[in-house]
Design a protein around this ligand. Structure first.
Ligand code: AMP
Ligand code: MN
Ligand code: MN
Ligand code: MN
Length: 298
């Protein structure tokens, strides 16, 4: 697919209302599909612009772009970085990042080391509960060198019959205060936002209503994120708290002069969470693809 006169493809993007999904996962972290399979599935489901945003790694982006080029699908290079804010584990998506950025590469390397140390510790704790070789078996289900999250562990636990659903495995083993919970030591929000900016990307506060924060704290989070240099917040996702949520988030975005993003946070098929779900942004919001930094890789 050719995308307009310039390399960015912005002409096409601005001319037609496309179906965007700007938050998704592959086997490079805790998604169930390879980047190639994910891009093909997104196309089948009617997505026109897909951002691959794996946890703390951009390793799957090259494969996603190669597939996008061959089957005619717009792909955005992305990542979802983990940080700590007032001890809360907050996720910042970076859109249109340069995966070759030295700052981003350094950060990905240190996040990978932290994730591996934590994943081994989670594995040891699960061994004590009778899950032999939990770390090795969990790793074997993802791509070689993948960024292992608690999502990978929940999938492994379901596969060995430890729970009927991933959610139930969080309730029993992986959630905060449960036997296999290991506190992460992610960097602070400012470090993460600045690294995305250094990589030429657009920092996007992911799923603001999914951190279990009270409204007052969500507003503080958005304000702090903006002060760090954040540029957009996700206002629509496949998992909606309530039908008014996206309108409230759009108002908050406008108040803080932030752009609006949308993404399913797809890992694998679930009734409430699918690729191709309607993720339209309220008219009052300014979509993140209007940013001059927004770039399609193909
Ligand atoms: P981590 O970054 O290692 O703490 O893992 C976070 C990932 O675990 C998220 O991206 C989700 O994929 C998954 N996750 C977190 N909480 C739950 C839950 N309650 N049920 C199912 N998956 C979850
Ligand atoms: Mn995940
Ligand atoms: Mn997330
Ligand atoms: Mn995600």
């Amino acid at each position: 697919m050719e995308s307009g006169e310039n390399n960015s493809g912005l002409d096409d993007v601005h001319l037609w209302p496309m179906r965007y999904d700007l938050h998704s996962h592959s086997k490079a972290s805790d998604g169930h599909y390879t980047p190639a399979e994910l891009v093909a599935l997104a196309k089948k489901k009617g997505v026109e612009v897909l951002a691959l945003t794996d946890h703390d790694t951009s390793a799957g982006v090259a494969e996603a772009v190669a597939t996008g080029k061959s089957i005619g699908m717009h792909v955005v290079a992305g990542i979802e970085l983990s940080c700590l804010w007032h001890r809360n584990q907050i996720h910042i998506v970076g859109l249109s990042i340069d995966p070759a950025s030295p700052e981003l590469r350094d950060l990905e390397k240190s996040q990978a080391e932290k994730r591996d140390i934590r994943a081994r510790e989670i594995g040891l704790r699960l061994e004590k509960h009778g899950f032999k070789d939990a770390y090795e078996k969990t790793k074997a289900m993802a791509a070689p060198g993948a960024s292992i999250t608690r999502g990978n562990y929940s999938r492994y636990l379901v596969s060995v019959g430890a729970g009927a659903t991933e959610e139930s495995c969080f309730s029993r083993y992986l959630g905060e205060g449960k036997p296999a919970y290991v506190e992460p030591n992610w960097p602070d929000m400012d470090t993460i936002v600045k690294t995305i900016l250094a990589a030429g990307g657009i920092p996007v506060l992911a799923h603001p209503c999914r951190y279990g924060l009270k409204n007052k704290w969500i507003l503080r989070l958005v304000k702090d994120f903006r002060s760090c240099g954040g540029e957009a917040i996700e206002v629509t996702g496949a998992v909606q708290g309530s039908s008014s949520e996206k309108f409230i988030l759009t108002e908050i975005a406008n108040k803080h002069e932030l752009l609006c993003s949308c993404g399913s946070d797809f890992h694998h098929e679930k009734p409430s969470l699918d690729l191709g779900t309607d993720l339209s942004i309220p008219e009052a919001g300014k979509p993140v693809w209007k940013s001059p930094k927004f770039r399609l890789e193909c």
